[in-house]
Each structure stands twice: as structure tokens, then as C-alpha cells.
Design a protein around this ligand. Sequence first.
Ligand code: BG6
Length: 519
Amino acid sequence: MTQLRSSISESGLTQNPFRENLTSRAAPQPCTLVIFGASGDLTHRKLVPALLNLASDGNLPPGLSMIGFARRAKTDESFRAELLEAAKKFSRRTFDQTLWDSFASSISYHCSEFEDATGYETLRHRIEEIEARQGALGNRLFYLAAAPEQFAPILSHIKSSGLCKSPRGGWSRVIVEKPFGRDLKSAQALNHAVERAFPENETYRIDHYLGKETAQNIMVLRFANAIFEPLWNNRHIDHVQITASETLGVGSRGGYYDTSGALRDMVQNHLFQLLCLTAMEPPVDLSADSVRDEKVKVIRALRPINRANVARDVVRGQYTSGAIDGIDVPAYLEEDRVAPDSKTETFVALRVFVDNWRWADVPFYIRVGKRLPKPGTEIAIHFRSAPPVLFNRLENSGDDNILVIRIQPDEGISLRMQAKLPGTSLRIEPVKMDFRYGTSFGKVGPEAYERLLLDAMSGDATLFARRDEVEHAWEFIDGIEEGWSEPSAPPLHLYPAGAWGPDAADELISATGHCWRRL
Ligand code: BG6
């Protein structure tokens, strides 16, 4: 029987052996990683730099082979050469040629159309050869990083070519990139396509926000500390603001973004994940399903928004030309591959309610936009005001207590409170207690994709979206999209690049006596 006993670490701090166990997931297992759509941006900017960083930290399982699958004709050598350039540019580490040489020796390229069955047959032979040469276990990890319309054909070919079953045994898993559908119907169709090839427990729907260090810390903050949970409800919290602000425009992604918009691109997935982590009940344990069960309950408790209340609860905007950091930037309508009369929103602000006992009548304000003045993602918990007696009656009494979880940049947590200004008179000023990852731990965490790739290789799906989570989220989003498609739909407001969205977003929040936090 495990003994309930604390031990003293080298640093002299008392450590609880059970806590240590919490941090150790199963070891990532050697596998063949096949990336479909390997000549795309994601592979170059995120996946290969993440794999290289893992290798540099000694976290990559030995015997990992990576095969890039894409349509463009390339040799193994030319593929490696282009990944080398990407690794130099996008890795968070100083480039190390020796490390690269050993990492690159496990990379190869497989050229095929996504619709061509023979391409998958030859891929199967190729993987079997690699597995036989390495005496491998037969584990296979398929990463769908191609255009979303290719997901279903790729899945169907993986299945029919027998790729997801190695003759050597082992597991087969699939990582599916976003966008996971564009509405409930397409998400369900994609889920059916996935389920025909992979069981749910081998399916990893990526939401890179869940891989961010600070997003993972939300549960730790809430459930590893005793002081917050008693206050974490409608008796003590007045409202919550979740903001994701970007200074960037749509860049080279106009073609995709114009068919998506901020609501589908950011709210259905990333912002809802942050909302769920903030609002969920404590799970019974830390297993993937226990955590995801609680997140699903939050989404199911969201008060629907539809044509009846969309005008009151949602504001959408689109940027016109303006300036960011003093540099002139074009309007959304002038961006590459955006329809000149596009009505796609690049900004959205919502007021949502989680209709359960804990959160009844607490508004959650969500705001997300491109070409805003400052980059930053945060969750701000605004506590109720102190009673209007004693100091709160004074004219100079400050603002309310706000707990801010900074997801990025400058990752950390701060608590705003009131303090007496030193001096002979009584003046109260807001002050901040501030925890910063960089200074407290002296190091930055891994990139989101590093953590998520490792989790998929370890078989831990906690930080990936489950089927029902995705479908319930789309159901909610569909209500808003339907409301927007009505002839009587509320207008698309314009805002100049470099402003905090349209004025209507301020009116949305001021209607309840609140105002947006300045980041
Ligand atoms: C992506 C969206 O999922 O997330 C992009 O498609 C957005 O439009 C990006 O810019 C934001 O991610 P991050 O990690 O930079 O906040």
C-alpha cells in the first residue's frame, strides 16, 4: 500500500508523493508520425519547430520517424532543406546543427494526391519497411494538417488502405487540426468520418489554447488552492471578462478567414475552452474524460443565443484601415483573398450566461478581434464590490477586486485590491499582487504544440476536445450565425484598425453598468 507520507526534497521543501504523480503522464512512445498536408504553414511554423524543441529537451521518444505527406513533388532532401529553414526561423531555441542533423535523419517525404488510393498503399509499405528496419512496436500517429475539405477523404483512405493497423501491433491515433467543421452539421459529418477510422479514445482534436501553459494553470489555480473556490460563484463574482486581442490582421489566410470569421475561428474553440476551464465544476479526478465531462456541462448550460436575442447579446465588427503601433495598415476588405464586399466579422463581443447554480445571472463577456491596439489574451474575474460602508463610502475609494489570469503574453496571474496610500491622510489606491511565470520559475514553458504532440504520443487526451464538446459548442454558435443570417439581423459595425472594436461593443457591456478592461 502507498504510504501517505511527505518527503523532503533537496530544496528543503516538503513534497507530497501524490502530487508528484499528478505531473507524470505515461511516457511518450516511439511511433511513426505521418503529417498530411506537410508542405503547409502549420508544419513549418509550428509542428517541426515543436518536434525539434522536444528533441532538444530530450523529450522526444527515441525511434520517432516523421513522414510528410503532401501533393507537391519533393525529394526527402528538398523537404528536409525547407524544414531546416523553417526550424531556424520559428524554433524558440538557438539553432543547433548537430541536433538538427540527427533529427532530420528521421524525416522523409511522401508525395501523393489526397484522393489517390495508391498513395496510401505505397505509404503503408513505406511505414512497414521503417517499422521492420527499426524493430518498432508499430505505433502510428496521423496528423491531419491539410485543408479541412481533405479530412474526410484522408480518413477514408487511411482506413481502406489498412494504414491504421500495423502488422506489428501497437496503437494508431489521429490528431485533427482545426477548423473542426464550420457548423454543427459539418462537425457531425467530420466526426462520423473520424469514427469510421478511429475510435474516440484514439482521436485527438487539437485546440492549441489548451496546450498553453497558463490555460493549464487555470485548473491548478482553482483546485490546488483552497482560497479561491469558496469565492468562485455568483455570490462573490460580479462578472467575468475573457479577451483575446490581436494586433495582426488576417495576413495570408484571407481565403480561409473570409469563410470563417472571428466567431467560428476563435470563439467556438479557443475562447469556449477558456470559458469552460473558468466555469467548470471540479472534476472527480484528472482523467481525460472526467475533465471533459465537466467542460461539456458548462457548454450545455450556456443560455442559447438566437435570432430573438442576438442583437442584444452579440456585437460584430470588421476593421477598416487604420494604424497599429504608428504603422498604417489596410482595411480587411483590402486584404488578399477577401471578397471586396465581405460581411465577415473580424471582431466579436458577446454576453453569455452559464445557467447553473454556480453561475446564475453572472454575465461572461467575451471579446475577440484582429487589428486591435495591443496583443493579449486574459481572463478577468471581477469580484463584487465591498458593501457601501466604511471605506467604500469614501469618494476616493478605488475599484473592485479583479483576479486576472494572463494567458499571453507575460503569462501570470494578478490580483487587484485596495490599499492605503502611505501618508497622513486616508487615500485608497488599487494595487496589484502579481505572479509572473518568467520571474517566479525563471523559465518559460514549452510551446503549446510541444505539449500537445507529446500528450498524443503518450495517449493522454485531457488537453484535446471530445466529440460532444465540439458538437455542443457548434450548436450554440449556430444559433448566433442563424440570427445573423436573418434579414432583420443586427448590423456589422466597422472599426478602424488600432481601435478596441466598434463603439457598439462598449454599449453591450455598459448596458449592465460594466466596462471593458484595458489590456
Ligand atoms: C488560430 C486562429 O486558431 O489562433 C487565428 O485561426 C489566430 O486566427 C490564432 O490568430 C491565435 O493563436 P495565438 O496562439 O497566437 O493566440
